[in-house]
Design a protein around this ligand. Structure first.
Ligand code: GTP
Ligand code: SPV
Ligand code: MN
Length: 587
């Protein structure tokens, strides 16, 4: 009798009718073959073998360069379970309408079967998936981003438990692009895109949308969070997880070279995008990184902002939509101070003198094995995960949000996360720079009703004897001249150090209506040239601005109707009360 896996692959093949089916084993030779196929297709080139060994540059279809939220759907049986922040399609309608697009979609093409694991092979927190795809680019990317092949088949064989994902490039027409999730069936269907989170189904589709649903059912958490370890001068490492929306600095924070290395503060990388967490026997929340690679934003990365990334991507890396120099090396905006002459842009055209627009796409990326990170944590594949002492929420806020503040309690911290907002970036198609509320940085990734998600967060707090302390950061506050006030990148360790001190019951702080904010001298600023005025501006909590913020959060919360936990409504009211007190005291 066929196993569930064989039966599902057979069923998929009957629908998409490929000329052949290839089961991927994840070997190096298979990857090389796949790359040669890509090169033959004409959208992929080898890079300089001497300076960037085993690296390629892939140019995606110009209409297919970022996640597309408008065509991403949760197909839960009941519309209500998808909630007001997700697109919803009835499961039967999805099966029918998108099924028609899948009919014969792989005619004349090869269907690759990619069994994969999210998480280290033997961890109890790990889950398996199988993606079938007609894109060799997806196969080579999945090989970096997840653990694929035999290692996954072994686990699936034992438990017969996996999340199936059907993917086809289709005709790449944006009008026929869809990413569907069937949470009750734990099934993913994606067609019409070959890009990142739309096509590498282990990442956002499984590890966040489907996994968030599973996590609520099973009492754990699937979050859009980096995981890092901060080593202090005594050698002790404290783990933190941080949720920032897409292209707001997760990879850079997780992979930073600390500006305080000389005084003994180092950052160790565990994960850069996703955390799966559950309470451990020690009473702490334990986190694993379900991924095995980093799909990082290239522009802005350079030897000053992030030397660790620059080192990591020097070999075995897939670059997508970056520019290329005359010596076949990758290039992107801000990689070097001077723009090289004789560049080829992300679409493969020669850049002419005085050309407008960036040479690399703003959402161009590198795909690199995690183990190549120079400061990869020795515990990054620890089977029981690392104990998390702090959660950090953050976003791009040109105004209002101070550099860092600390919540009073788990419940207040959940409110801070639920009210998170950020200015949109190039990681998603649509307008850039528009402020939107993005609770826990999960707005595009929560696979169910967000009111229920907030409830799940509140309940998790009850089940963790030592819950992480919850903080909020903002590296992106601007001064009246429109310039960023904070240098960011490796200097962000100064904020992590304060967070560590607060976790340990130290660190100077002042109580404000929004939470604890560092006193002007509480952050270690040695070696950093920053004026007292700037620090004051960075840490300032303006009651009038925050009143508007609180009102906006209140309006946002109304969306969730009676599924909004009353605790959050109360927190919003308390914030308003505290702001009123300050205003009337001043007035
Ligand atoms: P996704 O992979 O889309 O989830 O993004 P991410 O959250 O991992 O963001 P990433 O670290 O890739 O940073 C996105 C962009 O923000 C890049 O262009 C970075 O150079 C820039 N960036 C990251 N950290 C900082 C910072 O501390 N300050 C400033 N000014 N820019 C930053
Ligand atoms: C994000 O947008 O959050 C990403 C890129 O990490 S993608 O994998 O395309 O979703
Ligand atoms: Mn990232």
């Amino acid at each position: 009798m066929a196993t569930r896996l064989e039966a599902w692959v057979e069923e998929a093949a009957q629908k998409v009718r490929p000329k052949q089916v290839v089961w991927c084993d994840g070997s190096e030779s298979e990857a090389q073959q796949m790359v040669e196929r890509l090169v033959a297709e004409g959208r992929t080139v080898h890079l300089n073998e001497r300076t960037y060994p085993n690296c390629v540059l892939h140019r995606s279809d110009p209409s297919d360069v970022a996640r597309t939220e408008q065509v991403t759907f949760i197909c839960s049986r009941r519309k209500d379970d998808a909630g007001p922040t997700n697109n919803w399609m009835a499961p039967e309608e999805g099966k029918q309408k998108i099924g028609a697009l899948f009919d014969g979609a792989m005619a004349g093409r090869t269907m690759y079967v990619v069994p994969y694991l999210m998480g280290p092979a033997d961890s109890h927190m790990t889950r398996a998936g199988v993606e079938v795809t007609d894109s060799p680019y997806v196969v080579v990317s999945m090989r970096i981003m997840a653990r694929i092949g035999k290692i996954a088949l072994d686990r699936i064989g034992k438990a017969n438990d996996f999340v199936p994902g059907l993917h086809s490039l289709g005709d790449l027409n944006p009008a026929r692009r869809f990413v569907l999730h069937f949470p009750e069936e734990k099934l993913i269907w994606s067609i019409g895109s070959g890009y990142g989170g739309n096509a590498l189904l282990g990442k956002k589709c499984f590890a966040l949308r489907i996994a968030s649903w599973m996590a609520r059912e099973q009492g754990w958490m699937a979050e859009h969070m980096l995981i890092l370890g901060l080593e202090d001068p005594s050698g002790k490492i404290t783990y933190m997880a941080a949720a920032f929306p897409s292209a707001c600095g997760k990879t850079n924070l997780a992979m930073m070279v600390s500006a305080l290395e000389d005084s003994g503060y180092r950052v160790w990388t565990v994960g850069d995008d996703i955390a799966w967490m559950q309470p451990g026997p020690d009473g702490y929340l334990h986190a694993i990184n379900p991924e095995a690679g980093f799909f990082g934003v290239a522009p802005g990365t350079n030897e000053l902002t992030n030397p660790n990334v620059m080192t990591a991507v020097k070999r075995n890396t897939i670059f997508t939509n970056v520019a290329m120099t005359a010596s076949r090396e990758p290039w992107w905006e801000a990689m070097t101070e001077e723009v090289p002459s004789d560049l080829t842009d992300w679409q493969g055209h020669k850049v002419s003198a005085g050309a407008k627009g960036p040479a690399a796409h703003a959402n161009s990326r590198y795909t690199v094995p995690a183990r190549q990170a120079p400061r990869i944590s020795p515990k990054w594949e620890d089977l029981s995960g690392v104990p998390i002492s702090a959660f950090i929420f953050g976003g791009r806020r040109a105004r209002v949000a101070p550099l860092v503040y600390e919540s009073w309690s788990w419940q207040h911290g959940v409110f801070v996360g639920a009210g998170l907002a950020s200015e949109t970036t190039a990681a998603i198609t649509g307008e850039v720079g528009v402020r939107r509320r993005d609770p826990m940085a999960m707005l595009p990734f929560c696979g169910y009703h967000m009111g229920d998600y907030f409830r799940h967060w509140l309940e998790m707090g009850q089940n963790i004897p030592h819950p992480p302390k919850i903080f909020h950061v903002n590296w992106f506050r601007k001064g009246s001249n429109g310039k960023l006030l904070w240098p960011g990148y490796g200097e962000n360790v100064r904020v992590l150090k304060w967070i560590l001190e607060r976790v340990n019951g130290k660190g100077q702080a002042e109580e404000t209506p929004i939470g604890f904010v560092p006193t002007t001298h509480a952050l270690t600023l040695d070696g950093l040239d920053i004026s007292l005025d700037k620090m004051e501006e960075l840490l300032r909590v303006d009651a009038a601005d925050w009143q508007k913020e609180a009102d906006e959060i209140g309006v946002f919360f109304k969306k969730f109707g009676d599924r909004l936990p009353p605790e959050l409504r109360e927190e919003q009211a308390h914030l308003t009360e505290r702001l009123n007190l300050v205003t009337s005291a001043k007035g």
